[in-house]
Design a protein around this ligand. Structure first.
Ligand code: PLP
Length: 425
């Protein structure tokens, strides 16, 4: 199956007489006729469903679809994007370990890495991307467990430097984890560019209609945990599974199996079956929507580039953007999705007038759904950050973030053009 077919059909193949569309298994538990069968499931001797905190048929179909889209060996659906990132990180990090992360990551992830994980003894070292290889390598030590990237950083709108980071990670035997939320597998498949684990907030484009919170972890199956001293939890017997050694006994799926049977078992941030159904339904049109999001956003980015009320515009799909060469290299047809950032002339005051004058674009925290929307990060999503943290995250006080939807391109352009004029009055 090609990617477009997988969006529609992967994950769920009904047998004779079964429902044509993915059923919602709205059940916490599953029945077995003997205690022995149930016992084998608990011991991981057999695969099957027994309790929705660990696995559920509706989630399973969604997981198989997203794993297929990315070319991974398995996936795990979680309650939200933040739950996915937290579970993925805790799967390899203990107190005393550290993460190397791009600084221009999503605000929620930044707080997790900068404030919450340090409270658990997991330290995060942020890089901005302009460092030399030697400078990056100097940030790595024996306790570094993850290099964390975002394919398209939000709202800095930079594209990850996959080749360079993958080469450094391979040299040290460190796992590369990529938040691919704003690109989706339609635009970019990080596993093909050296990533090992891909994370989604499915709340965004995968659902695509702003109806269901969710997160997904995809395991590339392309990282060798066995014998790697950085990952003792994968190489020592697990007492809670009768001495199972994940790296040896679970082969290529070690990461995702452990994330489920240890991480999800203990933390329980499972996606709801209804949300898995809605997310799966959303993905059925993902390949169509991402093309339209990208085309509409490119038209808006061009409008902004040429407008006198705009100081600067960041959109990797613009051939004048510094990130354009990476978009060409890593993105399908140099499509760059729906997210744009721009700096309005007149700072905070003009940003406020611009937002008030918009009629089609709505002011919402959410991004990456079918409806176009606008956000001023300095006064909303990133308001907990100090001035120096804001600069590190690539955010200025005149930065406006647009999430361009799939409406008619002319309607979107008219609304933005009008609001830009109003902003300068
Ligand atoms: C929204 C978002 C998240 C967090 O996802 P939730 O589903 O809101 O928890 C993580 N990364 C990126 C890039 C996001 O846009």
């Amino acid at each position: 199956m090609k990617l477009d077919t997988k969006c529609v059909q992967a994950g769920y193949r009904p047998k004779n007489g079964e429902p044509r569309t993915l059923p919602i298994a709205q059940s916490t538990t599953f029945l077995y006729e003997t205690a022995e069968e149930m016992g084998d499931l608990f011991d991981l001797k057999k695969e099957g469903f027994f309790y929705t905190r660990l696995a559920n048929p509706t989630l399973d179909a969604l997981e198989k679809k997203v794993a297929a889209l990315d070319g991974g060996v398995g996936a795990m659906a979680c309650a939200s994007g933040m739950a996915a990132t937290t579970l993925a990180v805790l799967n390899v990090c203990n107190a005393g370990d550290n993460i190397l992360s791009m600084s221009t990551i999503y605000g929620g992830t930044y707080n997790l890495f900068n404030v919450t994980l340090p409270r658990l003894g997991i330290d995060c070292r942020f890089f901005h991307g302009d460092e030399t290889d030697a400078e990056l390598e100097a940030m790595i030590d024996d306790h570094t467990r993850i290099i964390f990237l975002e394919t398209v950083a939000n709202p800095a709108i930079t594209v990850a430097d996959f080749d360079r980071i993958a080469a450094i990670a391979a040299k040290f035997g460190i796992l590369v984890m990529v938040d691919n939320t704003l690109a989706t597998p339609v635009i970019c498949r990080p596993l093909e560019h050296g990533a090992n684990i891909v994370i989604y907030s499915s709340t965004k484009y995968l659902d695509g209609h702003a109806v269901a919170l969710g997160g997904i972890i995809v395991d590339g199956g392309n990282f060798r945990f066995e014998g790697n001293p950085r990952y003792p939890a994968f190489n020592t017997p697990d007492a809670s599974y009768h001495g199972l050694v994940f790296a040896k006994d679970c082969g290529k799926s070690a990461f995702i199996v452990r994330a489920r049977v240890v991480g999800m078992r203990d933390i329980g941030a499972q996606m709801a079956p209804m949300n898995a159904f809605l997310t799966n339904l959303g993905i059925e049109t993902l390949h169509l929507r991402m093309v339209r999001h990208s085309a509409n956003a490119l038209a808006v980015a061009k409008l902004l580039r040429d407008h006198p009320a705009v100081e600067w515009v960041k959109y990797a799909g613009l051939d004048t953007d510094p990130n354009y060469p990476r978009a060409v290299r890593y993105f399908k047809d140099a499509m760059a999705g729906g997210m744009i950032s721009f700096g309005i002339k007149g700072g905070r005051a003009a940003a406020s007038k611009f937002q008030k004058a918009l009629r089609l674009l709505a002011i919402v925290t959410h991004v990456a759904d079918s409806r176009s929307c606008v956000l001023h990060p300095a006064s909303t999503t990133h308001r907990q950050l100090s001035d120096s943290d804001l600069i590190a995250a690539g955010i200025s006080d005149n930065l406006i973030r647009l999430s361009i939807g799939i409406e008619d391109a002319e309607d979107i352009a008219d609304d933005i053009r009008n609001a830009l004029e109003e902003s300068q009055k």
